[in-house]
Ligand binder design. Structure first.
Ligand code: AMP
Ligand code: MG
Length: 336
């Protein structure tokens, strides 16, 4: 019985000895944003080609910026054959829609387009246009032609899918799976501010992740409001303070309330959610932005059984030219 234990010990020591002191750091572009990845690989591999190829192939499925991506084909009613990444994104999105009582809705694409990227068309949008798209969203169909094969989608004319509120988080999870499969157990992955951390640094310390302070405007320098320790968890922030527009002194976020078809405009500036999976934190952060502070806190209280929505940090406007923060007790434990 002793031999296997000794062998395991020897193996562990060998791995510890070859573990590099400095992480490999890679930066690049994906999904219209950046990625920043640090990892400790005993084999010192450069994983940039694999990372870029994974992100690229994910974009060919879920990106609205890629002309011929699967989601764009679906939205053009071309009825393409779906693949498992697409159906997984859709199934997860529909499940979160149900869980959040419609606050999260991946069928919001036509409304997002109506307002235009960065809400640039907002002044031309009429109530009639909003109400007609809202009607289609609420009454239209979105289901598989055959629920056992899930290879084609029936989508009502006028409905467009938008996975942007979940895709970055999902991509972070795909990268994390790739690192796990390659036997790399200490890494920090950041795709456009959606972060997942696993393991620790060679000195045993945890990864630290900063939560951004609300900016004066979208051009201000990034500053850190608070920092948390993250181990085998993801943190995703959804917020209006970089992607927003201002009208009569009120900031409107890029998040649309599927119940009204209009941008949300309550006092919430940002929500950061800590979950085991980045896709989940991403989806819930968006849903909380729709619900606003009070409803989100009620929702969290109503679901004590769900560990993935307990550590949440809110930044909200105090209506006096400044902002306030609220951290749930579970989030406070993580603050460094
Ligand atoms: P996020 O930054 O993760 O909150 O994602 C915001 C993006 O998701 C927006 O730019 C839209 O493309 C899309 N979106 C807006 N409102 C919603 C909503 N209520 N549910 C799902 N996706 C949304
Ligand atoms: Mg999101």
């Amino acid at each position: 019985m002793k031999t296997p234990t000794l062998l395991a010990l020897t193996l562990l020591l060998t791995v510890a000895c070859t573990r590099p002191n400095q992480p490999t750091r890679l930066q690049g572009e994906a999904q219209g944003t950046y990625y920043n990845i640090a990892y400790f690989d005993p084999q010192h591999r450069n994983l940039r080609p694999q990372i870029d190829s994974l992100l690229h192939s994910f974009d060919t499925v879920a990106s609205l910026w890629v002309e011929n991506s699967l989601i764009r084909q679906v939205n053009r009613q071309e009825q393409p054959q779906l693949n498992s990444t697409f159906t997984d994104l859709l199934d997860k999105s529909l499940a979160i829609e149900q869980y959040t009582q419609g606050a999260f809705n991946c069928k919001i694409g036509a409304l997002v387009n109506l307002y235009g990227f960065g809400f640039k068309n907002r002044d031309d949008v009429t109530d009639t246009q909003i109400d007609s798209l809202l009607h289609i969203l609420q009454q239209g169909q979105c289901h598989y032609q055959d629920s056992s094969t899930k290879d084609r989608l029936i989508l009502s004319e006028g409905i467009e899918l938008d996975f942007n509120a979940i895709a970055q988080g999902y991509a972070v999870d795909l990268l994390a799976d790739m690192f796990d499969q390659k036997g790399i157990h200490n890494y920090l992955i950041d795709v456009g501010g959606e972060v997942t951390a696993k393991g620790c640094k060679p000195d045993g310390s945890s990864w630290t992740v900063g939560i951004e302070r609300p900016a004066e405007d979208k051009y201000s320098q990034q500053e850190i409001e608070t920092a948390i320790q993250l181990n085998n968890r993801s943190v995703v922030t959804s917020g209006s303070y970089r992607k927003y527009y201002e009208q009569d002194g009120v900031r409107y976020s890029h998040t649309i309330d599927p119940a009204t078809g209009r941008p949300v405009n309550h006092s919430l500036l940002s929500v950061s959610v800590v979950s085991r999976k980045a896709w989940y934190a991403d989806a819930l952060a968006t849903a909380f932005m729709v619900m606003g502070l009070d409803k989100s806190l009620q929702f969290i209280k109503l679901h004590p059984e769900n560990p993935d929505i307990q550590a949440v940090f809110f930044i909200y406007d105090d209506h006096q030219g400044s902002y306030k923060t609220y951290a749930t007790p579970e989030f406070n434990i993580l603050i460094k």
